[in-house]
Design a protein around this ligand. Sequence first.
Ligand code: ADP
Ligand code: GN1
Ligand code: MG
Length: 370
Amino acid sequence: METDLREIFECFCAEGTFLRGEPFGSGHIHDTFRIETAESDKDDYILQCLNNRIFKNIPELQENIERVTVHLRKKLSNIPGSDIRRECLQLIASKEGKSWITDKQGKFWRMYIFISDHRSYNIVDTPGKAYEGGKAIGRFQAMLADLPGKPLHETIPFFHNIEKRLETFQKVINADPLGRVGNIGDEISSVLRRADEMKIILRLGREGKIPLRITHNDTKFNNILLDRNDKALCVIDLDTVMPGYIHYDFGDAIRTAANTASEDEKELSKVRMDIELFEAYAGGYLSETCNTLNDTEKEYLAFAPGLITYTIATRFLTDYIDGDNYFKVHHEHHNLQRARAQLKLVESMEDQYREMKEIIEGLIKDKRQK
Ligand code: ADP
Ligand code: GN1
Ligand code: MG
């Protein structure tokens, strides 16, 4: 059944009149539309049909986002010169006073103000942009450190837990519902032979050496909007904001900000981690967080990009074997292509691990001297 976007839009208390709605962005999870309004002095909107196969409890998900955005707005209102409507996501209430609606087919929808005049990048081509991304995530974590009230809901349990991800990987290999396992032996062994070393962050957490903080957990670079001058503007996609280790945010941002190619690049020789982009992102991130991170957190920052890139490679490969039930795909072997590109990126990170460590140590030393 064709969705009538105008009808959905009119369930929310928006200003302005519906003019048109078009699919927007390149997210892998929800169905996202930009709604243009007829009046030039009124905001446009982002309307999203939420993926409730992945996010099983939409009221809890929305409650998290309401709390996080209220808190961020309060923080921004204390910073002179901040542009609150563009520096923080703004949910639009439904006419029933909730932050989401369900349509006739039982689908869940929510609406945000469209953040005007932003830049969004799937590939980052200058250290300046990477630095700004690092600053945005560092600031985001710092602003949420004193979120009042009960802990946030865990919207996807064990989201970055590599032990659980590897158990699921093994289960789908055993089930092999589409008979795909036979053709991907190299990729599977590439995952399995690294399994042990990847559990270190979880071990450090269990030993109490690194704390759970409020983290974003999906810091892909296109979830960080920049302004027209490529300065940090707004961190979006708040669905997975919940307790986590800072390594997850740092790692996922490097996975995307410092990759010289697309996440799903077919030509593997184009895929590598650019060390200059790494340094720039790390510099931006540490400019906001260096004083709050503990020594163990800092010591393992250079390890994080390899871990998260490996985790996401494992998730793409799991989804491929399972028959593409999780990530949106645009062709038959898309998840395999993504997994291969991510595994290539893991290798490049491994090759440059020593340099990454030295860079982080240097940045921390510089900050101490200032
Ligand atoms: P997904 O979880 O599917 O990635 P996102 O919430 O990240 O969904 O939204 C998908 C895309 O829509 C983003 O990458 C961004 O390009 C765009 N987008 C989302 N929210 C806004 C907003 N408030 N203003 C402008 N663009 C937005
Ligand atoms: C998804 O929602 P989006 O497209 O920003 C995924 C991330 C993956 C990413 C890989 C909730 O992010 O975990 O890293 O794809 N989000 C969820 O591109 O699973
Ligand atoms: Mg997104």
